[in-house]
Design a binder for this molecule. Structure first.
Ligand code: SF4
Length: 445
């Protein structure tokens, strides 16, 4: 008998974020689809790009990050009402497993790959357990994700080469979820996967493609050299720390292998804030060198999307104007501004809770505000409204049509990459408009 498995990525409350705008596929669901035995019929629905019509299924698996967890619980409630068994996993369910257990039949804590087939076998025997604890996947032997279950819906296919991060930034859930481990896939496996991609464009979904330390850098160069040797001729982007720009060999091979743009965590132009968040590598290379690092990327024809976090304890009211000025002076191609967010499971969340500074604590309802767009805590040197106004000030300064055009023009001159500069224009203009529309709508309400 063929059973039907429905895997769901719930909608996020607010749209302007990297995942929804770039339409990156939810890789965790594609891995689970690949691990599901062939006598199951598997369907993946990503509510961020298509509606969920609550079709019938034998088992529904729901992934969760914090801001979409309330929607995940709604979906689970509807399926429970229909008498369908439900499972929830993902980062949020892993950290808030007791909360998730109130809404679903089974909760998966940690990475699901190691327990998935056992969980399905339990379901088939009508013996689903309340919780499953997954082990860290050995990427040396990991199965490939199934691209067919999330293909045409997405702008960019994504490829994973590593998991985890040995750094320990206070606000980040990567280390609390993965431990301070850094696991890598064998280079030849990654190259085989890249060779099988039909698309000319793709995104490396690793938290940091370069990794850390000499060996990791050599591996990255081997990967890029392999892409060149195999004549892949693809264009790609990736997420990296600022160290990426400080290694000329890495830059040279990355560019030759088709690297068009990097998503880079500058996080702050304020050293006091970097110290507070324990962003050790940025402190080591120094804020005063940010512009030099951006120039090095540009000299290799690589565009930069810089990520900045605002509202840190080291930030005072002048941080907004200074950040906007830095963006224009440094000629950074595209930017993402996030409001500091205490996600459950992070050291930041625990600290702010102890200090009595969490503002949105009607859980699980209020998890939907934990999206780096809302202020959900009391900032140290300003009010929550002043923090929101300050981010609006940055977007107003940087995302008007004229400024976005000027930035794209500068980007085209710097990188000589017209397609990348066009995307930077669309991103800067689009993300700013979305953010400011929400800001104005809320002010008028
Ligand atoms: S923010 Fe980046 S460098 Fe820091 S722990 Fe998270 S993934 Fe690692």
């Amino acid at each position: 008998m063929t059973r039907k498995l429905l895997l769901v990525n719930p909608a996020q409350y607010i749209k302007p974020n990297l995942v929804t705008v770039m339409r990156l596929p939810p890789a965790s669901l594609a891995y689970l689809a690949a691990l599901t035995p062939s006598d199951w019929d598997v369907k993946v629905i990503d509510e961020n790009i298509e509606p969920l019509i609550f079709e019938d299924a034998d088992l529904v698996g729901i992934t969760s990050c914090t801001c979409n967890a309330p929607r995940g619980y709604e979906i689970a409630r509807e399926y429970v009402r229909k008498g369908t068994k439900t499972v929830m996993g993902g980062v949020h369910a892993s950290f808030m497993s007791e909360e998730a257990a109130q809404f679903v039949d089974a909760v998966v804590i940690g990475e699901a790959e190691s327990i998935w087939r056992g969980l399905l076998a339990d379901f088939e025997r009508n013996d689903l357990k309340k919780s499953y604890r997954g082990e860290r996947t050995n990427l040396e032997t990991q199965i490939r994700l199934r691209p067919d279950v999330c293909s045409r819906k997405y702008r960019l296919p994504s490829v994973e080469t590593s998991r985890g991060c040995p750094s320990d930034c206070e606000f980040c859930s990567v280390t609390s979820f993965h431990g301070r481990t850094y696991r890598q896939k064998p280079v030849e496996d990654v190259l085989d996967q890249l060779e099988s991609l039909k698309s000319k464009y793709f995104f490396f979904m690793d938290d940091n493609i370069l990794g850390f330390g000499k060996q990791a850098e050599e591996r990255a160069i081997r990967l890029f050299q392999g892409m060149i040797d195999r004549g892949l001729k693809k264009k790609w982007g990736c997420a990296v720390g600022i160290d990426f720009a400080n290694n000329p060999e890495v830059l040279k091979y990355a560019r030759k292998a088709g690297c068009s743009a990097v998503f880079m965590g500058f996080e702050s132009i304020n050293e006091e804030s970097l110290e507070g968040m324990h962003k050790v590598r940025n402190l080591r290379l120094g804020v005063k060198n940010y512009e030099v690092l951006i120039k090095k990327l540009h000299d290799h024809g690589i565009g930069v999307m810089g990520s900045f976090v605002l509202g840190n304890d080291g930030d005072r009211k002048d941080v907004f104007e200074r950040t906007a000025k830095f963006v224009l002076d440094s000629k950074i191609d595209a930017t993402l501004f996030a409001i500091l967010c205490p996600f459950p499971g992070t050291r930041l969340y625990n600290r702010l809770m102890q200090e009595g500074r969490l503002l949105r604590t009607n859980y699980p309802h209020d998890w939907k505000y934990h999206d780096c767009v809302e202020v959900v805590f009391k900032p140290k040197h300003m009010s929550p409204d002043e923090l929101t106004d300050g981010v609006a000030q940055i977007y107003s300064a940087l995302s008007s049509r004229l400024t976005s055009f000027r930035r794209a023009f500068t980007s085209a001159i710097q990188t000589k990459n017209l397609v990348g500069s066009g995307i930077a224009y669309l991103w800067n203009r689009g993300s700013g408009r979305l953010w400011l529309k929400k800001y104005k709508d809320e002010a008028a309400a």
